[in-house]
Design a protein around this ligand. Structure first.
Ligand SMILES: *Cc1c(COP(=O)(O)O)cnc(C)c1O
Length: 393
């Protein structure tokens, strides 16, 4: 394990714990309990478990620990704790540090379930949540005041692909004594500089790019050791959102190829975005690394690649978007992202249906918007598929 290794080496080797058999591939320790050599050993381990000592899989498991260590190494975080899903990770990151009377400031453009936590659950426990336009530093400045406990945002929002200036928001938050919690799924862990730019906790749904092949749910919270071990871990291990060792193993194998996959999909996404921009059936193509993106300079500064997702505003509203979706052969209609398979989603009628017209409009989610998660197919085939389907609009 070495902090000097480059990303691809870390993704293949970091965190590995070999058993007495010296297996090459990471082992799946599909066990919820652990045996003690004596009653005294059991007592000692309950007093304090050492680095490679486990007591119960809700608290920790060797395969899950390998996954946590590899994710922390990738992100450049001191430590990490895995969770059963991205939402288990997001909710634990927030709930573990909050109490009644606290204030949270959040960007308005949030993943549906994140919005539900911020809007419905936290206020029920006496936490005040203020929402801002995440792209507007003046709004963050006005809303974050001394006594604000945390700020929460998606670094790159779904599906409008608005960017939050992490360093700008972190400066405002830290001046007020607030912790910065960044949901970094769309930016991907490969293009993330969130910790370096000032985030205190980075949260991933590893269901997305880390698995990357549509199999398992998982999540992780990464950050400073003190916070992870004394605030987050007690909350997660007692509330039960533990990652299955089997899923952790799938994610570990996913991590081995993460860099290759994200870079390939991201390069294809840029090619497709460039090729489709200006298409007569499209009102707009949104992609962070297109010159036309309103925050292009920030996107270049904050993300080495533009990510694996682009959004297309198909002319003709919902009817136009549906004709486009139904005309696709390679791209499948679903709602995951970061998958080997290219996936198209119509946010207005699926992931963001609950919001209603007015709130969707405020977030830039038009009736014709289609989110495209670019997979690992040949970009030429994808472009041909997309172009053919656009002709039917
Ligand atoms: C998918 C996603 C989540 C939730 O992750 P699950 O693994 O589905 O629980 C949270 N935030 C963002 C940005 C996501 O894309």
């Amino acid at each position: 394990m070495s902090s000097e290794w480059n990303t691809r080496t870390k993704l293949v080797h970091d965190g590995i714990r070999r058993s007495q058999y010296g297996e090459v591939s990471e082992a799946i320790f599909l066990t919820q309990g652990f045996v003690y050599d004596s009653a005294e050993a059991a007592e000692a381990r309950f007093v304090k478990a050492g680095e490679d000592e486990f007591v119960y899989a809700r608290y920790g498991n060797p395969t899950v620990r390998m996954f946590e260590d590899r994710m922390a190494a990738l992100e450049g975080a001191e430590d990490g704790f895995a969770a059963a899903s991205g939402m288990a990770a997001v909710s634990a990151a927030l709930m573990s540090m909050l109490k009644a009377g606290d204030r949270v400031v959040a960007a308005r453009a949030l993943f549906g379930s994140c919005l539900y936590i911020a809007e419905e659950i936290l206020p029920r426990f006496g936490v005040e949540v203020a929402f801002v336009d995440g792209t507007d530093l003046d709004q963050w400045r006005a809303a974050v005041r001394p006594g604000t406990r945390a700020v929460f945002f998606e670094t790159l929002s779904n599906p409008a692909l608005d960017m939050v200036d992490i360093a700008g928001v972190a400066a405002i938050a830290h001046e007020a004594g607030a912790l910065v919690v960044a949901d970094n799924v769309f930016a991907t862990p490969i293009y993330s500089r969130a910790l370096e730019l000032g985030a205190d906790l980075v949260v991933y749904s590893t269901t997305k790019h880390v698995d990357g092949q549509g199999r398992c749910l998982g999540g992780v919270v990464l950050g400073g050791r003190e916070h992870i071990r004394t605030v987050l871990e007690p909350y997660l291990k007692h509330t039960g959102g533990a990652l299955s060792p089997f899923n952790a193993w799938v994610m570990l194998k996913g991590l081995e190829t993460l860099d290759l996959r994200v870079r390939a999909s991201s390069a294809a996404a840029l090619d497709i975005a460039r090729a489709l921009e200006g298409h007569p059936k499209l009102a707009r193509v949104i992609y962070p690394h297109l010159e036309s993106h309103p925050q292009h300079a920030l996107a270049l500064r904050q993300m080495e690649g533009g990510g694996t997702v682009l959004s297309l505003d198909v002319k003709g509203g919902k009817a136009g978007a549906f004709r486009f979706l139904n005309g696709l052969e390679i791209c499948t209609i679903s709602n995951n992202l970061g998958d080997a398979k290219s996936i198209v989603t119509h946010p207005a009628t699926t992931t963001h249906q609950r919001l209603g017209d007015a709130r969707r409009a405020a977030l830039g989610i038009t009736p014709g918007m289609v989110r495209l998660s670019v997979g690992l197919e040949d970009a030429r085939d994808l472009l041909a598929d997309l172009t053919r389907a656009l002709e039917r609009v």
